[in-house]
Design a protein around this ligand. Structure first.
Ligand code: HEC
Length: 270
């Protein structure tokens, strides 16, 4: 066979194989990112069938969730953003980070630009990130959320001299862990699932699950042993606790431990 023929034959075989691959059932093909879904959000509104009182609670809650807090309301001295709805907004109120990162408005339109720098891991089109430090500077475990910004330098905070933490140093020391916002849709229903139902689901169809390599374990509240379920690591027991922590992180008190001393850097997770 001439070289040209071989090439043509090869091209034809390749095309045929590609055609076959297109027709393979989904489970035999590699996973493919379908991209951003179009159409209506299909989330973020209230459940059908609520009573008038429940509907009012939903509407009030939505207004509170979208409210922008100001220094006079208690925002600061350290904070991540000025309201729940800023971080939880895609594809609707309660969701996750929007395409344009709203944290840039902190140093821009919101007027906190004088004494704050946007950390390098917060980018205009990148995700909102909460930053946790893995270790304190004395080598003990930290793990807590460190608020990104301070109110110092804002016209509404005269006399406040608190300093923004040095996040670039934490990045350089590989001591930082990020979490992006999880959507809150349907979490009210998740709260209704009883601990015993979660345990029953965990132990059901165990052979099938074992064959498929699916396994898991519950996370528990250290205080009363009940199952925790909210957040990336199922670290929180209830929406009330999660929301109060979210408010606390939004307006957290000054940290007593300074993470800037250099004694025991760098540290990594074991
Ligand atoms: C700076 C951005 C930011 C703001 C502001 C914010 N959140 Fe979040 N939210 C997050 C992140 C990040 C997570 C995931 C945290 C984790 O699991 O450690 C989260 C998770 C949650 C969850 C858990 C949802 C689930 O599926 O388990 C709830 C509930 C929640 N936030 C409520 C709130 C409320 C209420 C407010 C306002 C008081 C708020 N958030 C403000 C970033 C934010």
């Amino acid at each position: 066979m001439s070289k040209v023929r071989v090439r043509i034959l090869f091209a034809v075989i390749t095309i045929v194989l590609l055609g076959v691959a297109q027709n393979l059932p989904a489970q035999f093909r590699g996973p493919r990112d379908p991209g951003v879904r179009g159409g209506a959000p299909g989330a973020g509104s209230m459940l059908a069938g609520l009573t008038a009182d429940e509907q009012e609670m939903f509407r009030d809650g939505r207004v509170d969730f979208n409210e922008a807090e100001e220094v006079g309301d208690g925002l600061g001295p350290r904070f991540n953003f000025n309201g729940c709805g800023g971080c939880h907004s895609q594809p609707d109120v309660g969701g996750t980070s929007p395409a344009q990162n709203p944290l840039f408005t902190v140093v821009g339109a919101l007027g906190f630009g004088t004494r704050n720098q946007v950390p390098s891991f917060i980018t205009p089109n990148g995700p909102i990130r909460e930053a946790r430090f893995q270790f304190n500077s004395d080598g003990s475990r930290d793990g807590g959320v460190h608020a990104l910004f301070v109110i110092a330098g804002h016209t509404a905070a005269p006399g406040c001299n608190i300093q923004q933490e040095d996040f670039e140093r934490q990045v350089r020391n590989d001591n930082i862990a990020f979490r992006i916002p999880t959507p809150t849709f349907g979490t009210g229903l998740m709260e209704q699932v009883t601990d015993s139902a979660i345990l029953a689901n965990l132990s059901s169809s165990s052979t099938t699950k074992a064959n498929l390599g699916i396994s898991g374990r519950v996370n528990r509240n250290g205080n009363d042993g009940t199952i925790t379920r909210f957040g990336w690591k199922a670290q929180n027991k209830s929406l009330l606790i999660f929301s109060s922590e979210a408010y606390n992180v939004a307006r957290s008190p000054p940290s007593s431990t300074s993470p800037t001393s250099s004694a025991s850097w760098p540290r990594r997770l074991p």
